[in-house]
Design a protein around this ligand. Structure first.
Ligand code: NAP
Length: 313
């Protein structure tokens, strides 16, 4: 147990958490980051990041996160590489328990981000890791020269497709509507690949295979017809769910589990601030998350000053 009350504990180590940590350390708040066992957030599962300013040739997602962490460490930020087990925000100081430590803090920034969503069908769960994946960067290599599907029509699906088109022999992008919601530049890039084919207006009814994926049953959304096609792998890229299980009953969450905020970074509990995809279901960019981390830190500074001298302001 760390006996001393921390000024600031940051939960999460994606762009939001690490930017908050850099600003807070430079602002003299001596922050402690609980990074989670899967450190670095969603960018750890991304390849080329071409839209983060400052890298004219682009940068690999994991490299960007390593740089951010090293930058935070340069300013003396300390890390606990564990998940948060529980929090108690009903009293002050705020309490945070990790797997091995109990911490007390005057303020907290929640920056736990979001994780990939799944279709929710039985065969998807049964065959996960056996041809069903939500991470082309992690698992694409296993399907070199094979035929694969990416499910989804957003930016994530296009990024996955872009990566897999370089590995797979044939790639089908299966989307439930007849229009993509992804950025045009990404769609154009994917469609320019000779081995990519788009299947519109279809959903995955079932993923087939005993030990390994060997096909899918597709449902046509217009005609209702079911068809079957052989395939070696299915990559699900249909959006994200916020990582907020541990916050239930502690801060207000919306019906999808995102932390409810006012003025972008204030949670329902004084002293508990929020940054990044854990509350932002709209922009979800590394750069917007980083910006939110900065804003949250400024509000922490203001909050702590006010705690010291409550008669001011
Ligand atoms: P998203 O934009 O919400 O797209 C999810 C896609 O999956 C949609 O096309 C949706 O279909 C489809 N979908 C959702 N549930 C489905 C289901 N049960 N069955 C079949 N299809 C389903 O999510 P995202 O692609 O993960 O992107 C999230 C955010 O991150 C966006 O703001 C995006 O710009 C950002 N992002 C950016 C980059 C980048 O390189 N700049 C990369 C990744 C993500 P509908 O279209 O019919 O709703």
């Amino acid at each position: 147990m760390e006996s001393q009350v921390k000024k600031l504990v940051i939960i999460g180590s994606g762009p939001a958490g690490l930017t908050a940590a850099i600003y807070a350390a430079r602002g003299g708040l001596n922050p402690l980051v609980i990074s989670g066992r899967a450190q670095g957030g969603q960018l750890m599962l991304t390849t080329d990041v071409d839209d983060f300013p400052g890298f004219e040739e682009g940068i690999q997602g994991p490299d960007l996160m390593i740089k951010m962490r090293k930058q935070a460490e340069r300013f003396g930020v300390r890390f606990i590489d564990e998940d948060v087990a529980s929090v108690n925000f009903k009293q002050k100081p705020l309490e945070i328990k990790t797997e091995s430590q109990e911490l007390k803090a005057e303020s907290v920034i929640i920056a736990t981000g979001a994780q990939a969503s799944w279709l929710g069908i039985e065969s998807e769960t049964r065959l996960r890791g056996r041809g069903v994946s939500a991470c082309a960067v992690c698992d694409g290599f296993f399907f070199k020269g094979k035929n694969v599907i990416v499910v989804g029509g957003g930016d994530t699906a296009m990024r996955e497709a872009q990566h897999l088109s370089k590995i797979a022999s044939k790639l089908y992008v299966v989307h439930r509507r007849d229009q993509f919601r992804a950025q045009k530049a990404l769609v154009d890039l994917v469609l320019s690949k000779p081995n990519v084919e788009v299947i519109f207006n279809k959903t995955i009814e079932e993923i087939l295979g005993d030990n390994m994926v060997n096909g899918v049953k597709l449902k046509d959304k217009v005609s209702g017809q079911i068809s079957q096609m052989p395939i070696d792998a299915v990559f699900i890229a249909i959006g994200h769910k916020p990582s907020t299980e541990f916050l239930k009953g502690q801060v207000e969450l919306d019906e999808k589990g995102y932390v409810k905020v006012t003025d972008e970074v204030f949670s329902s509990v004084p002293g508990v601030f929020v940054a990044g995809d854990v509350s932002d279901f709209k922009y979800r960019q590394a750069v917007t998350a980083a910006g939110a981390g900065t804003k949250a830190t400024f509000e922490v500074e203001h909050y702590l000053e006010h705690l010291k001298s409550p008669t001011e302001n």
